[in-house]
Design a binder for this molecule. Structure first.
Ligand code: SME
Length: 171
């Protein structure tokens, strides 16, 4: 059982992503419960990077359904063709939105969210299993540094899905 994470509090994000990646890997590698693992990933990202909102939407029953997260109360269900999350789901690409007010169809779960990045999470057969959604209360807060750093964390999650005991409902 991990005691906590260690990271350079004043470092730039690229450094912090590099520091937390191996710790996330160690945290979830030995645990087969998907919910527990995603909850801890959200907690690490929140603690290390101080995002306004960070969490998961997972494919279930023909929609994206809210999973483990840290931050204000969020929308529970998102249609595959709706919002930034739906755009990520259907295009299977990472989406960076510098200003959420300028993204057609953006779903405003909170007026505090100003910019957003969403990454697809793939299962073993190449389907989008869910998305990692990160919101900032600042405009234009996400760059390729975040896309790369978060992609590495998504890769760790994808690896852990293979041994998950309760991921099947989303497959
Ligand atoms: N803004 C997202 C909805 C989820 S919240 O940001 C937590 C969207 O447009 O899909």
């Amino acid at each position: 059982m991990a005691e906590g994470i260690v990271f350079s509090k004043t470092a730039e994000r690229a450094v912090i992503y590099a520091e937390i990646g191996p710790q996330i890997d160690a945290l979830i590698a030995g645990e087969a419960d998907l919910t527990a693992n995603l909850a801890n990933v959200a907690a690490v990202l929140n603690e290390a990077l101080g995002f306004f909102w960070v969490g998961f939407y997972l494919r279930k029953d023909g929609q994206l359904v809210l999973g483990p997260f840290q931050g204000p109360v969020a929308c529970t269900r998102i249609n595959f063709d709706a919002g930034v999350c739906g755009h990520c789901y259907t295009t299977r690409q990472t989406v960076i939105v510098p200003n959420v007010d300028e993204f057609p169809g953006h779903i405003a779960c909170s007026s505090g969210s100003k910019s957003e990045i969403v990454l697809p999470i793939f299962n073993d057969t190449g389907e989008v299993f869910g998305v990692l959604d990160v919101d900032s209360d600042k405009l234009n807060d996400f760059s390729q540094v975040d896309a790369s750093g978060l992609a590495e964390i998504v890769r760790i999650i994808e690896n852990s899905l293979r041994m998950s005991t309760n991921a099947a409902v989303h497959l």
